[in-house]
Write a protein that binds this ligand. Structure first.
Ligand SMILES: Cc1ncc(COP(=O)(O)O)c(C=O)c1O
Length: 376
């Protein structure tokens, strides 16, 4: 089969019968008058609990709310200082501000694109923060995740792991989300496990945390008109829950097909000036993203070439948190050594999605090889 176009991501590769099953279930739920909560949401929660190998979980409206709920439930208060990686999605920064705390971006490492324990220790000594929001990015877990968890316990530093990109990722054979003291994820449709719209979840080894998160996500309710906390409305809808629960049934195959793509890129494109990063030791990636870096001057040329061949690409992420225009007003401190910026200028992501065909991966690989053959 000849391929002449590969999008960066394609969300329409549904398994046979998937949409029909979702539609039938949605029709029945609507006929029963189930809109926001109800048995479908609880059934989805249970399926996710089992699949994520976690102790407890609360569903909510999206991944950003999940971080806010988790920070609040873990005990982060107004005015607290929260360390965040300087290279992450902006929602990590927003969530800290939205709970009234102060985000302190600290730099990630050039080799791993993640925070290191040494940098966290430096920031703790400098800023005396109350919490750390550790982002588990690119379908991996940060190297030293286990040591970072131990360090946070020893230092009484609240730890929330933003695992929006790490659903299904394993660390030393165990679920990254399931082993975290408190973790969050996003079920935004483009994630490895996506809903039909927005949805998210808070996970914890301590059920008291997820119970509080669930209450905060439902107006702080103790009872229908009795409110124990000022929360907000972060409930998840029935349609999203049904779609999500049906997607869980296919998650193993979806992750396997994504992992195949990232592994093929690494193997077939090794030795080129496009250097693919590998997950840290002990991490079994979920295949969320293919992450490579290239000389900053060469990147626009490769991007133009990919565009001319109808190949999508990403630059996740194109800017550091500390340099975002919206950060100025909220950021009083940072530990910015310029590494996140350097990464932003050189990172490149090739197409990667579930059910991407071998022909499509082959077309991307051949195109990248042709680019370097004609230039180097
Ligand atoms: C690292 C990270 N944190 C938080 C979020 C926010 O999730 P949502 O878009 O569901 O609010 C995302 C989603 O893109 C993310 O990648």
């Amino acid at each position: 089969m000849t391929v002449s176009r590969v999008p960066f991501i394609d969300l329409l590769r549904f398994e046979p019968g998937f949409l029909e099953t979702v539609s039938t279930r949605v029709n029945s739920a609507l006929k029963e008058g189930h809109f926001v909560s109800g048995p479908e949401v609880e059934s989805c929660r249970k399926a996710l609990l089992e699949n994520s190998r976690s102790t407890s979980l609360a569903l909510c409206a999206n991944g950003t709310d999940a971080i806010q709920l988790a920070l609040r439930a873990a005990g982060v208060k107004t005015g607290d200082r929260v360390l965040i990686p300087n290279m992450t999605f902006w929602a990590s920064f927003e969530a800290v501000v939205n709970v009234g705390a102060e985000p302190i971006p600290i730099d990630v490492e050039w080799d791993t694109f993640h925070l290191s324990l040494a940098r966290i220790e430096e920031a703790v000594a400098k800023f005396s923060p109350q919490a750390l929001l550790l982002a588990q990015l690119y379908g991996w877990a940060a190297p030293e995740t286990e040591s970072i968890r131990d360090y946070c316990v020893a230092k009484k530093l609240m730890l929330v792991e933003d695992s929006a990109q790490a659903y299904g990722t394993l660390l030393n054979g165990k679920s990254v989300i399931g082993e975290a003291p408190v973790a969050t994820t996003s079920f935004y449709p483009a994630k490895v496990l996506g809903a039909s719209g927005d949805a998210g979840a808070v996970f914890s080894k301590d059920p008291k945390i997820t119970e509080l998160a669930a209450r905060l996500a439902n107006h702080g309710r103790l009872d229908h008109y009795e409110h124990g906390w000022v929360g907000w409305n972060s409930r998840v809808g029935v349609y999203e829950s049904i779609f999500l629960e049906e997607s869980v049934k296919h998650i193993d195959a979806r992750l396997a097909s994504r992992r195949k793509v990232t592994e093929l890129y690494r193997r077939e494109l090794s030795g080129l000036p496009l250097e693919f990063l590998s997950p840290p030791k002990g991490v079994h990636e979920n295949g969320y993203l293919s992450v490579a870096r290239i000389d900053a001057e060469l990147r626009p040329q490769l991007i133009d070439f990919l565009k001319s061949k109808n190949i999508g690409y990403g630059t996740v992420y194109p800017g550091a948190m500390s340099r975002q225009p919206g950060a100025k007003e909220w950021m009083k401190h940072s530990l910015d050594t310029g590494t996140a910026d350097r990464i932003a200028r050189s990172v490149l992501n090739l197409p990667c999605f579930a059910s991407m065909t071998d022909h499509e991966t082959g077309y991307v690989i051949d195109t990248v090889k042709t680019f370097f053959k004609t230039r180097v």
